[in-house]
Design a protein around this ligand. Structure first.
Ligand code: DX5
Ligand code: ZN
Length: 221
């Protein structure tokens, strides 16, 4: 399964988004963290900003919605052309319906799990999704440390996916760096968000290439 690197611009200069995205040409996606100050205790940007960025953005968009009432808001991100739309399972009333809507609009349907949310209760949702996002920090802020106890959850999701015989990606988000990317890849993750690791470096594109090389070596599908 291909490795994808999706840098998060949360820790970039948000007043120059297009320029910041242009600094990561080797990335597979740009990861956009939408926060509403309800689902998480932080506020970033919403649909108008993402829609404007869409026009100038050369990379596919990986939108991570950390917002309440995902059923209501997520489809709009697919409608404006975001290639991947992630909603949190804790914030969706009808996740199956939402996945089908997102896919019907041409986006990848992706479901995220906070650290405290177990995955087994949602095994039946897996055939409806293109990607599972495992949070490896509490959502809301960049720059936190990778929670190694989430590796078991990654392994469990990969096991559930293997039984389905479908190509479903596992994305990890939070504290991904040169060391932790290998742990997550060895546990079965194949999509890696990197916020501070990329943008706190003078050359974020080099970080993208380094993470990809390490993940490719370590990946265990
Ligand atoms: C946190 C966000 C992340 C964040 C990751 O809630 O979902 O995407 O940008 O930042 P780092 O890589 O610094 O942990
Ligand atoms: Zn994120």
């Amino acid at each position: 399964m291909d490795i994808r690197i999706s840098p998060s611009i949360l820790n970039a200069d948000l007043s120059h988004l297009s320029d910041e995205v242009a600094r990561i040409p080797s990335a597979d996606f740009v990861h956009l963290d939408v926060m509403d100050n309800h689902f998480v205790p932080n506020l970033t940007f919403g649909l108008p900003v993402v829609a404007n960025l869409r026009a100038s953005c050369a990379l596919p968009m990986d939108v991570h919605l950390m917002i309440d009432d995902a059923d209501r808001w997520a489809p709009s991100y697919a409608e404006i052309g975001c290639e991947s739309v992630t909603f949190h399972i804790e914030a969706a009333a009808e996740p199956v319906k939402l996945c089908r809507t997102l896919r019907g609009l041409g986006a990848k349907a992706s479901v995220a799990f906070k650290p405290a949310t177990g995955v087994d209760a949602y095994a039946e949702l897996l055939p409806e999704v293109d990607q599972v996002l495992i949070m490896t920090v509490e959502p809301g802020f960049g720059g936190q440390s990778f929670m190694e106890d989430m590796l078991a959850k990654i392994r469990r999701v990969r096991e559930l996916i293997r039984a389905l015989d479908k190509e479903i990606w596992i994305e990890v988000d939070g504290g991904v760096n040169e060391q932790t990317v290998e742990l997550a890849a060895a546990a079965g993750a194949n999509v890696f968000v990197a916020g501070s690791a990329a943008y706190r470096n003078a050359d974020p594109d080099q970080v993208v290439q380094g993470l990809r090389a390490r993940a490719e070596r370590a990946f265990e599908g």
